[in-house]
Ligand binder design. Structure first.
Ligand code: GLN
Length: 475
């Protein structure tokens, strides 16, 4: 589709004047309007060509940032000054942000071009992008299928070549699962690695920001740029950010843990066989495969949906019709204003989660649900601590199945929640995870493999991911 495979190659072409950045930006804008049916974007920034002209000058003068000319789409839950921020919700439909999220600011400082804001599930709640006030997003690989969620627009935009890379958020799998469904690399960093300042909160102790791209090199580059301590986010970690692009050679054999709990009932046989095939290949090279156990993973979905809904019920209390955007008309009094605004402004899934969250926090039920789920979270973390005392990375499928049909699970929330069976545990434990595209099923739909590493070990995660990627390139 493009004459370059990653940003390094693009920058070389730009420097040698073999590629014009303004033409490249115009090309993407054209493609976005040609592929409107995919519905990947909530807003497109037409001034991208002008910005490209300025950055092109910087490139030719040799005075440019690390992402110079990279065209990036940003999920519409991240703030960009003077641009709309809707979270794909009616309740924020006319809201413009007054500041820029740190992660986006860092991209801009390195001369990336933000081409638009991508569609997603409302407030990032969902696994199919069907819960959006802007409508569903289609999977570019097969337009009868969902792209995954909640960062479905970000994944579809990269898969349809509407931009070079994109930014999504992952609270329970929303980067890794859509990356798997669309055949891309998608990385969820450790909790605390990337500042959440300017990210609209869904579940504050779970939310993370990360990249989607067609190459691991671009994933590593974007991660290097957006990572780091930020005094505007007290939960961002004061920890050194290595250059994720240049990876040191491994001295020892890579130890890969395979948790039997992730290969049981409910896993589609085609997905299972392909993941097992990759494991076999790994055995023949530099890796040692070790069977491990993550026994509390069976409680991950339950704990995730108790804790995240509890946090969401509190975070979403601020949308009251007084502040921010949408306000219902004709209310009799203040209480009525709150009720009508929230009734009309939020979609069904968001309301379901607010009610669930309020319930698990209510007196009488707090101990039975919220407190218990916190204890389960600790046990899940301890399982990983044990695992990482013997292995470098944990390898699993990313999703139990490939992309499903639009409408297939929409009316069955529990079925939908099961999409996240292999991804929520990383968010519960705060550890990084990545999706690696490893091939296709018989219907031609992408299959994804997940790697997880210990907290702040993104370097190891990327190293292991490239080992697998290189293995697959030799196939
Ligand atoms: N699909 C999960 C949910 O609905 C994860 C969402 C996310 O990571 N933002 O909560």
């Amino acid at each position: 589709m493009q004459s370059y495979n990653n940003h390094r190659e693009k920058l070389t072409l730009l420097k040698e004047k073999k590629l014009s950045l303004t033409e490249n930006a115009a090309f993407y804008l054209d493609r976005i309007s040609e592929h409107k049916d995919i519905n990947a974007f909530n807003f497109v920034f037409e001034d991208s060509v002008e910005i490209a002209a300025n950055i092109e000058k910087k490139i030719h003068s040799g005075n440019h940032g690390r992402l110079a000319g990279m065209i990036i789409a940003v999920k519409d839950v991240l703030a960009i000054k003077d641009k709309p921020l809707t979270c794909s919700s009616k309740i924020l439909r006319n809201f413009n942000s007054i500041f820029t999220a740190t992660a986006v600011e860092k991209l801009i400082q390195e001369d990336a071009i933000i081409i638009g804001k991508t569609n997603c599930d409302e407030f990032a709640m969902g696994s199919s992008n069907e819960n959006s006030a802007f409508g569903s997003v289609l999977n570019p690989i097969d337009k009868t299928k969902v792209p995954g969620g909640s960062s479905g627009g970000s994944a579809a935009a990269v898969a349809a070549y509407l931009c070079d890379a994109s930014i999504g958020t992952d609270t329970g799998g929303s980067i890794r699962q859509p990356a798997a469904f669309c055949g891309l690399f998608g990385l969820k960093p450790s909790y605390g690695r990337v500042s959440r300042y300017g990210l609209t909160a869904f579940a504050s102790s779970f939310d993370t920001i990360g990249p989607f791209a067609n190459s691991l090199e671009d994933i590593a580059l974007i991660l290097s740029v957006i990572s780091g301590f930020d005094e505007k986010d007290s939960t961002s970690a004061r920890i050194e950010v290595p250059d994720f692009v240049t990876q040191p050679d491994r001295e020892k054999k890579l130890k890969v843990g395979i948790p039997s709990e992730y290969f049981g009932d409910g896993l589609n046989p085609e997905v299972k066989n392909r993941v097992l095939e990759v494991i076999e290949k790994l055995k023949n090279v530099e890796a040692e495969i070790i069977d491990i156990h993550l026994p509390h993973n069976q409680f991950a979905i339950a704990a995730y949906y108790i804790l995240t809904t509890a946090e969401a019920s509190s975070n979403l209390a601020r949308y009251d019709g007084v502040r921010y955007s949408y306000r219902s008309k004709d209310s009799a009094n203040l209480n009525d204003l709150y009720t009508k605004t929230r009734h009309d402004g939020f979609g069904d899934e968001v309301k379901r989660r607010i009610m669930l969250g309020t319930y698990v926090l209510s007196s009488g039920y707090y101990d039975a649900y919220y407190l218990k789920a916190q204890k389960v979270r600790r046990l899940i973390k301890s399982d990983f601590d044990k695992a990482f005392s013997i292995v470098d990375v944990v390898l699993t499928p990313t999703s139990p199945f490939t992309a499903f049909s639009i409408g297939e699970k929409k009316d069955d929330p529990l079925e939908m929640y099961l999409s996240d069976i292999y991804t929520t545990s990383a968010n519960l434990a705060g550890i990084p995870g990545i999706n690696i595209p490893i091939g296709y099923d018989l219907k031609g739909l992408p299959i994804g493999l997940q790697l997880m590493a210990n907290q702040f070990e993104e370097q190891k995660l990327l190293q292991s991911a490239s080992l697998i990627d290189n293995l697959l390139k030799q196939e």
